[in-house]
Design a protein around this ligand. Sequence first.
Ligand code: PMT
Length: 406
Amino acid sequence: MIPQHLTLTQYQGRRVHVGISGSIAAYKAIDVCRALQATGIETSAVLTAAGARFITKWSLEALGVDPVQTSMFSRENSIFAHLEPGQNASLMLILPATANTMAKLAAGIADNMLTCQALAFPGPLLIVPAMNPNLWFSPATEENVVRLSRRENVRVMQPESGEMACGDLGRGKLPPLLDIYFQALKSLSKQDLSGLKILISLGPTREFFDPVRFWSNPSSGMMGAALALTAWIRGAKVRCVCGPTDVWLPGSVERQDVISAREMYESCLDCWPDFDIGCFCAAVSDFRPKTAMTQKFKKASASGLSVEFDSNPDILKALGENKRAGQRLVGFAAESEPDLLVLAKEKLDKKNLDLICANKINEPGTGFTQPTNSMLLLNKKGESRQLPLMSKADIGWQIWDWTLKT
Ligand code: PMT
């Protein structure tokens, strides 16, 4: 359900309380609960009367959501159940949130278990609306969204555009599972990268020698996407310069797609002065064919094929030479030879880096195309740490810890 390279382990033992109101999208709450549980997060839920018409208490309980509450005055609840999430949960997630439930939340009306618990909840409240576009764009709902969004502990996600259950087209659909899930993790996370602008390069580059053939490498972009995700989760404003890759990135991450090393060079150099941290994970082709043919090279003449190469610019080195006081630069080293520390140190010094992350590309589970990695971190103070095999997102998390302390 959640791509393996984006799995994070630091949320184990936390609890999310899910409030489900009456919309056809209610069944999607089940997938979100399961994704949270797979991360080690405990889930509990409260259904409004309308929510309970779309999914049942039994489905949620069968999937390990515990407890599932449906009414304020049920004998099954403890006498103070209307206040309990505040003591037990780190996040209250209202999904789907109908126009009616949002209106009650905005006005502080506590006439059912969900809205009463939300009113009493002192922690972060993440509201995920789903409704017909006519309801979403009604002046009353718009006013309620503005009112709710002004509260420090409340975040209202934007619904998606598309075809509604009734066949209408417009905005009002529940956002995709990944967006909701990671927004929930963000609400549970320290925002220690808040206020920082981070530039990340990722993926391979392609150097064409005719219109259909190119020189490249197997980088999938997973490591860079994991870095972008974890930086965004921890509050950074993130821009990614991506070589050709279709990896998932959070919607709020700014993305620029490029093809060749020279395009990546221009894009990164252009915006580098605006950023606080640069993290360069892209597997940039060091060479490019000297001449790119305009017509497809014919197989018949293949016996005479020879390709000459020119060197591409070293993006990281150029940024290191243009680093101003206060900027931090993180580089990568992809190595196949045994002496990782020595090779990493050479690159750290040569490219004027603050931190280098060195990985082996020829060991099981590490390097290119794998959802996991193991990484040697070495900073300019000479401190180093070997991270064992773990998901690329967990590695990304540690890289940001190290970047902050470097
Ligand atoms: O994308 P994945 O499939 O998840 O794989 C992840 C990864 C193996 C690509 C990643 O973990 C990694 O190691 N990235 C760096 C790959 C690389 O090009 O390493 P290098 O040792 O050749 O280059 C050293 C550093 O210089 C890198 O930060 C690189 O981005 C940078 N560089 C290299 C050449 C060049 N012309 N310009 C550069 O900026």
